[in-house]
Design a binder for this molecule. Structure first.
Ligand code: MTE
Length: 318
């Protein structure tokens, strides 16, 4: 993800040259930096040093996460966020989202299904039982949190729309409201934010359409009123404030893949063995802690999801 960094460190010093040039091309095209390069936006991570994934950090890391990880506090979960529609710094989503109106809310369902239409939030959610799911969220920037969500399993929601057999993927779109979302007034990313899942991923038992956390409706900064949670994937797959769900037959475009295809793939499965081009993914820092923990394959959910990828080269399909 792009975050502010002191401008006395030239990007070329921290970044592989080819990636640096691609990134500059994107940023210049997006108008974020001028062709002379006096920009402040760059990519950074919580990893210790760039491309440190040689195994040394694994040895110094603590043991892997325990299944009974303690949830992060409400304060941590709602004040350290990535939601670029409200700004690129971690405190921006909380600071800049008070004027966002998550109600009334309508989600358009379209594409290859028998029950397309505009579903008001209550029509979408009320027919279902809300479940509690505490999941680890592993950000691609190498930090993580444990979050007690409430929501509807996406598989159940999808059943109601009766997708056709030709529907192979589900595409999601975030609301476009530049007057309520200051980040959308700048071309930091291509707006609106879009994401997608393969149909088997979308209907996996773990996949959740979250509507709340800690027993309260989702705060604006966490993706009110409805957002996706795919706990075995990097956090950027968890698209927030969804207004469109489309059933499609081809792999949809995804925001971070459009922004930097060499760095962010469609699958984005958490994989400690495949480093980000500029930092290690072998370890992570849990928000609120100083020690580093080992990152687990599929974020610790391998028993429930690994079979979906059998036979796939997970280095190529990152
Ligand atoms: N969805 C939208 N629309 N815009 C974003 O910038 N950021 C993603 C994801 N969903 C993002 C988004 C990233 S990078 C992460 S890590 C998670 O949201 C963070 O979710 P959280 O703020 O609830 O922890």
């Amino acid at each position: 993800m792009w975050i502010k960094r002191p401008d006395d460190i030239p990007s070329s010093e921290i970044t592989d040259e080819k990636l640096y040039i691609n990134r500059r091309r994107f940023l210049v095209a997006a108008g974020v930096i001028g062709a002379t390069g006096a920009g402040l936006l760059g990519c950074n991570s919580d990893a210790e040093g760039s491309n440190a994934g040689t195994g040394a950090d694994l040895m110094t890391a603590g043991a892997g996460q325990e299944p009974d990880d303690k949830p992060n506090t409400y304060e941590q979960i709602t004040s350290y966020n990535n939601f670029y529609e409200f700004g690129t710094d971690k405190e921006d989503p909380k600071g800049n989202s008070a004027g966002f109106h998550p109600q009334p809310w309508t989600v358009r369902v379209e594409g290859l299904c028998k029950k397309p239409g505009d579903y008001h939030f209550d029509d979408l959610v009320k027919p279902h039982k809300v479940v509690d799911r505490t999941y680890r969220l592993r950000c691609v920037e190498a930090w993580s949190m444990v979050i007690p969500w409430q929501g509807i399993p996406l598989a159940e929601m999808i059943k109601r729309f009766e997708p056709q057999p030709s529907a192979k993927f589900v595409a999601f779109t975030t609301v476009m409201r530049p007057n309520e979302m200051p980040g959308q007034r700048r071309p930091v990313l291509q707006w609106p934010y879009v994401e997608g899942l393969r149909m088997d991923e979308a209907t996996n038992d773990l996949t959740l359409m979250a509507t709340g956390l800690y027993g309260k409706p989702l705060p604006n900064q966490d993706g009110a009123p409805i957002r996706l949670i795919v706990p075995w994937k990097y956090g950027f797959k968890g698209i927030k404030s969804i207004v469109k769900i489309a059933f499609v037959d081809k792999q949809p475009e995804t925001t971070w893949n459009i922004a930097a295809p060499d760095e962010y793939g469609f699958y984005a499965n958490v994989n400690p063995e495949v480093d980000h081009p500029r930092w290690s993914q072998a370890t992570e820092r849990r928000i609120g802690e100083f020690r580093r923990r080992r990152t687990l394959m599929f974020n610790g959910y391998a028993d429930k999801v690994a079979s979906m990828y059998s036979g796939m080269d997970l280095r190529r399909n990152y």
